[in-house]
Design a protein around this ligand. Sequence first.
Ligand SMILES: NC(=O)c1ccc[n+]([C@@H]2O[C@H](COP(=O)([O-])OP(=O)(O)OC[C@H]3O[C@@H](n4cnc5c(N)ncnc54)[C@H](OP(=O)(O)O)[C@@H]3O)[C@@H](O)[C@H]2O)c1
Length: 295
Amino acid sequence: MFLVTGATGGLGRRIVRVLREREMTVRTFVRLTSRYAELEHRGAEVFIGDLQRERDIRKACEGVQYVISAHGSNESSGGDAETIDYQANVELIEQAKAAGVQHFVFISVLGVDRGYEDAPVFKAKRAVEKYLQASGLNYTILRPSGFASNLLPLAERFRQSGIYVLIGDPWNRTSIVSTDDLARIAVDSVFVEEARNQIFAVGGPEILKREDIPRIFSHIFDREPFLINPPVLAIDGLRNAIGLFNPKLRSSLGTLRTLLANEFFCTSEEAARLESVFNLKLEPLEMFLRRYVSV
Ligand SMILES: NC(=O)c1ccc[n+]([C@@H]2O[C@H](COP(=O)([O-])OP(=O)(O)OC[C@H]3O[C@@H](n4cnc5c(N)ncnc54)[C@H](OP(=O)(O)O)[C@@H]3O)[C@@H](O)[C@H]2O)c1
């Protein structure tokens, strides 16, 4: 039995889809307030709980062989990296150990090892990676770049208006990963021998410049892009203003600023390693988008 956290998220629901297509048993850890009907329809077991509660994590781990940790601090969890990205994962690792789990897959983030001090999610994930490596559990750590599925709402907006907002340097490089490829890699991590106790950077097959994204939208929808390109400094202004009355949000905007101000891409060697270990052909961004958007 697999336990998947973050099963209602962009990645988690795809992981559950892969598992159920392979007719594997899966328990999904979801909040009562989440939209989890799709998971039930797919035949997944739904465990209602909150990752902020140790008791819930302990119960969810009972009888589980494999854990895929795919949750993350989002707006609905108050963007609290310390509690959700760090503490909940430490608890999950401890309870997985106690339950005799055979393999723990952790979704980290590309660039986590660069020491970004102002990015709470990066700091939390690096600390979890170290905790997991020292835990004695079999593990696979996946460090993905930005998810292609995150671009779907932007593609929809582009389809309607032609507008694309690109904050920061349009020449910064990125290698957007197909969220479906990542889901498959997460599942296969527990079965593929060469993935045991390994860390993988996970990106798409091509190194794009950020300005290539509206170009790809333009191909797909056959319309000229109207690019709005504020500098990263705009985020700084916003952060300072917000910080006056919401220090927590100010801190989580540090992660966003880090993502916007830096390059996150996989080298061709890293992409080749993924394709070889997981025996798949990574999907280019345009192909992913064309599968999901209506033209
Ligand atoms: N998105 C990216 O581009 C990207 C890039 C690199 C790495 N990652 C990492 O990949 C993972 C998945 O990302 P994603 O974009 O799929 O995430 P997402 O769509 O934001 O989903 C987050 C998930 O975590 C769950 N969650 C949050 N707080 C919880 C709590 N207290 N108890 C139970 N569940 C809780 C959410 O449940 P609700 O439905 O109840 O909110 C949701 O299912 C995360 O670890 C993220 O940091 C993402």
